[in-house]
Design a protein around this ligand. Sequence first.
Ligand SMILES: NC(=O)c1ccc[n+]([C@@H]2O[C@H](COP(=O)([O-])OP(=O)(O)OC[C@H]3O[C@@H](n4cnc5c(N)ncnc54)[C@H](O)[C@@H]3O)[C@@H](O)[C@H]2O)c1
Ligand SMILES: [Zn+2]
Length: 368
Amino acid sequence: MTKNIKVKIKENSYEVVIGANNFLKSRKLFESLKTGNYPVVITSSKVYQLYKLQFLKIFGDKNTAGIIVVPNGESAKSKEVFLRTLNRIMGFDKVSRTIYIVAVGGGTVGDLAGFAASVYKRGIPVIQVPTTLLAQVDSSIGGKTAIDFNGVKNIVGTFYQPKRVITDIEFLRTLTDDDFNQGIAEAIKYGIIMDKDFFNFLKVNKLKILSREPKALTNLVAVSAKCKAMVVSRDETEKSGLRTILNFGHTFAHALEGITSFKKITHGEAVAIGMAYAAYLSYIMGKTSENEVKAVITLIQAYNLPVTAKYEPKQLFKKLVYDKKFSGGTVRMVLLSKIGRVEVVSDISLDLVRQTLKKFPGYIDKYV
Ligand SMILES: NC(=O)c1ccc[n+]([C@@H]2O[C@H](COP(=O)([O-])OP(=O)(O)OC[C@H]3O[C@@H](n4cnc5c(N)ncnc54)[C@H](O)[C@@H]3O)[C@@H](O)[C@H]2O)c1
Ligand SMILES: [Zn+2]
């Protein structure tokens, strides 16, 4: 089963090709685009080790310029790894070759490779082959690229669309549960913000999804990719504000990640908690009903994701206030209307945020 999704962008439309065993077919799938004649592959050490035989089969020929293996996780987005990567790319770029980048990995590899491709010679083509659930449902689509700098995440980056995204569901078999959950949290987000049927699909197919049944996963990835593609197509560079809805649950999540300094909590867990908090705040503000809040909490818990964390309300509030979305005593956040629909509310009082941060853990305790 293969599903193709089109990301329609003015001058850079491209396809997301989703299916099983697409990695083995990837050479055909990207060479047909004629973006160059020598691919430079960028991957992470874990992915390279796990899929070495496939890499050799696909990229073992003399027309592959080279394979760059970068460290696992966020350290791939450090300035040192970035500079090393540029250096290697330059080394592979010989006269008579037209090189292009193929990023095979999670969101970190995609962000690094996309950024390097966007600045090397003012832009060479990049193909994304996402290997984590998060990368397949979120980061490989939309053209945001970035590296981290001086301890600040994603502070240096570009908007640079890939030429094609080739998604292979088979990669998901080897993911750890923690890494799998990162993607689930973002998939639940799409259900909440824009697709009630998908929300129900996630509810009904929980067991199939958690046991990583290929058909259920293909559907999950395809619908998520479609949601992301739809938002990005209408707001490529975050100008109209539509792309903001993708931040549902993220204001709170980023603050929580900030006070736990990225280590004790994963991004997926923080987003899960952030979505429960955003739903609760929406209810307190009369934007949604309590039933919707319960539906959000129940679905998050069904996937063994947390809905609350031990935090010091004052400390979290302080972190939230430092967030760039806060100005003049009010805050802008994405709030829930009903499952499948959200609105961006820009005049939420800081006082209300402070109060709800205090009350939220107690409210959640009723359901846990
Ligand atoms: N560009 C965007 O729009 C966007 C959106 C969301 C997140 N992001 C970025 O994505 C990054 C997180 O991505 P991630 O969650 O994919 O993390 P990741 O890239 O660090 O991957 C997680 C771990 O899984 C390993 N891995 C990858 N594929 C595997 C597989 N098939 N089997 C087993 N192990 C595998 C990796 O080597 C790594 O150790 C963050 O840096 C975040 O800022 C970017
Ligand atoms: Zn996220």
